[in-house]
Ligand binder design. Sequence first.
Ligand SMILES: [Fe+2]
Length: 194
Amino acid sequence: MPKELLNRVRLKVADLTMLSVFPEESIHAENTLEWVLKLHPEAGITLQIAALGHDIERSFDEKRIVSSDYETYDEYKQAHALNSAQIFAQILEEMGVDQEMVDDVAHLVANHESGGDERSEILKDADTLSFFHVNLPFFYDRKGADITRKRCVWAYKHLPEDLHIEVEEFDYMDEELRALVHDCLSMDEPPVDG
Ligand SMILES: [Fe+2]
């Protein structure tokens, strides 16, 4: 039964992320789940579902959070997490998922940028690793070198040191991006604003 539910959620998230203005959303949802299972092979169904839907607000163009509306990058990220939690909870309720699980998923999604408990930390780390693993070339194309550099430093600093090795092993087709990430890993800069 849990597997059947996971597959239903997977299909729903795939349908929704296909509509996102950000082409990497569907890849990132699946890849974050893969990282959750790599970091914690015993991850329960709730954490796996949260991984699939943690960024779902980015697939709703009329509801999504826009970074320029926030004074700091951390405030933007927090608003993004809360918005995703709210939207994903409604989707799961409409799918008939029981309320206890909906609330648990919403808790994990709401904390996926900040962590704070063991499962939220796993989701946060999986999300960050996935950003480097699959999102970065898309982000770089959209935002350019300066913002990408700041974003990388911010993300890298949010990873526990024992996971830094994973990022160091990623490779990128684009030579400029490869050099940029290499520089970031040894850089010491304040987080990006805006
Ligand atoms: Fe994410």
